[in-house]
Design a protein around this ligand. Structure first.
Ligand SMILES: CC(C)(COP(=O)(O)OP(=O)(O)OC[C@H]1O[C@@H](n2cnc3c(N)ncnc32)[C@H](O)[C@@H]1OP(=O)(O)O)[C@@H](O)C(=O)NCCC(=O)NCCS
Length: 287
């Protein structure tokens, strides 16, 4: 991701242990007992992280100090107990693909023949930087394994998809699924364009947020969102935005983090292909 943009900075920064806002036991196991998971998950999951204070995650005080310096965004990547956030590298590509495509998103499932093909197509997108471009992606690691990712964009960031990339993707896509896949994709792409929501003008945009299916509902998505918010605040953004499927349960997570729907786009053909009525744009205003 673009934050920091300072190649001399370390890609991982560990907060002091006593700065950590979530706890886990010494074997790296998550606590059995929870007093209210991050994001107000109502404490109903035995494997949820336990925030140290009153049901709310908090960042360490010193975060506000480093946040004052745009060159120090790397320092926002905190070691929150056993979850470490760091900038993605090319070596993470395989893990990033697994995080997003071990459980392929429903819209991709709508155009491919099977899960294997969904993974292969998804891998194309990630390898070409169309999704989770490593230049602006931060990964969450648990016990040394990448378990979550967040890709953020700022106004002016180049989109991952350019004409040459699109042509390469089409060529490789035909190799994976033949002309039939190409035809299905073309129909999907037209419908997808009709439900596309654009980043709110001037906003810090969350382009991608995924946690591996084996590690969902433990608070890692919330940690990544908190990171993004801290980075957005550090750069004095007035708001954040993101687009998601109308029927994505993740909307609850976003709402708990203060995002609200400001735009809804539906399309019958898109729903017919994907089973998803459309997409929403959600915005959070930063004070
Ligand atoms: C959305 C996602 C990143 C959240 O990560 P997480 O670590 O599970 O999140 P947390 O544990 O902090 O919060 C739990 C919340 O995540 C959301 N969530 C959980 N499982 C989910 C799933 N399979 N799909 C979508 N959202 C899910 C719910 O809002 C849940 O809150 P709830 O208690 O009201 O049900 C993760 O579930 C995921 O990768 N989902 C699939 C991909 C996706 O939909 N990404 C968002 C695209 S905009």
């Amino acid at each position: 991701m673009e934050t920091g943009g300072d190649d001399q900075t370390p890609s991982v920064v560990h907060a002091r242990r006593d700065d950590a806002t979530m706890t886990a036991n010494s074997q790296g196991k998550l606590p059995e007992q929870t007093h209210g998971a991050p994001d107000g998950n109502r404490g109903r999951r035995s494997n949820a992280f336990r925030p140290r204070t009153n049901g709310e995650l908090r960042f360490p005080q010193r975060l506000s100090l480093v946040a004052a310096s745009p060159a120090c965004h790397h320092a926002l990547m905190q070691n929150l107990s056993d979850v470490t956030l760091r900038r993605a590298t090319a070596a993470d590509l395989g893990a990033v693909i697994a995080v997003i495509y071990d459980d392929p998103p429903p819209d991709v499932r709508g155009i491919v023949a099977d899960v294997g093909q969904a993974r292969a197509i998804g891998a194309l997108g990630v390898r070409h930087g169309v999704e989770a471009d490593i230049r602006r992606t931060v990964v969450a690691e648990l016990d040394g394994r990448v378990v979550g990712i967040i890709e953020t964009m700022r106004p002016g960031d180049e989109p991952g998809m350019s004409l040459p990339v699109m042509l390469r993707m089409l060529r490789d896509g035909v190799r994976i699924g033949g002309p039939a896949l190409l035809a299905r994709y073309a129909r999907y792409a037209r419908a997808r364009a009709r439900v596309q929501v654009e980043p709110a003008p001037g906003s810090y945009y969350i382009a991608e947020l995924d946690v591996h299916p084996d590690h969902r509902n433990k608070g890692i998505g919330g940690v990544l969102l908190r990171y993004a918010e801290a980075a957005a605040r550090a750069d004095r953004f007035a708001r954040m935005s993101l687009g998601t499927r109308i029927n994505n349960p993740a909307r609850r997570l976003y709402e708990r983090h203060g995002f609200a729907v400001v735009q809804t786009r539906t399309d019958p053909a898109y729903e017919q292909i994907t089973g998803i009525p459309g997409r929403v744009l959600m915005v959070k205003t930063l004070d």
